[in-house]
Design a protein around this ligand. Structure first.
Ligand code: ZN
Length: 127
């Protein structure tokens, strides 16, 4: 059976366990694998950034109560958030970075911006 380079498809000569015709092709192949895995992380980050921008634009424009459909219409995706905070009073806030919202009835959300980071434990080596 003819063996070919996994990257460029060139015919392979020599050792039977060879998969690539050159180091360049091995690098291309491995970079492509990494890129596919990194794409997942990049896409999640992109959605989180979009969510944050939507919340920050609204909040900074003075909208502190908004219907969830208005967020969705702007491309907000409720699947992606960074953390949840439950207050002593039992209110559940869903955060996208420093911007949070909670259900306030009939599809409306109350927005707030957190100015403290107390709920986030600092990394041990930064303490
Ligand atoms: Zn090749």
């Amino acid at each position: 059976m003819e063996r070919v380079c996994l990257d460029c498809g060139a015919k392979l000569l020599g050792r039977s366990d060879k998969k690539f015709c050159s180091d360049q092709c091995r690098n291309n192949y491995n970079n492509r694998l990494n890129r596919d895995q990194n794409n997942y992380v990049r896409n999640v980050h992109a959605q989180l950034r979009r969510n944050r921008r939507i919340l920050s634009d609204l909040f900074d424009d003075g909208h502190h109560r908004i219907h969830r459909d208005a967020l969705i219409a702007q491309g907000y995706n409720f699947t992606f958030f960074t953390h949840l905070v439950e207050t002593k009073e039992g209110l559940r806030w869903s955060y996208c970075f420093e911007y949070g919202f909670r259900e306030s009835g009939k599809g409306y959300l109350e927005l707030q911006k957190s100015s403290n980071y107390l709920e986030i434990e600092p990394e041990a080596d930064e303490a």
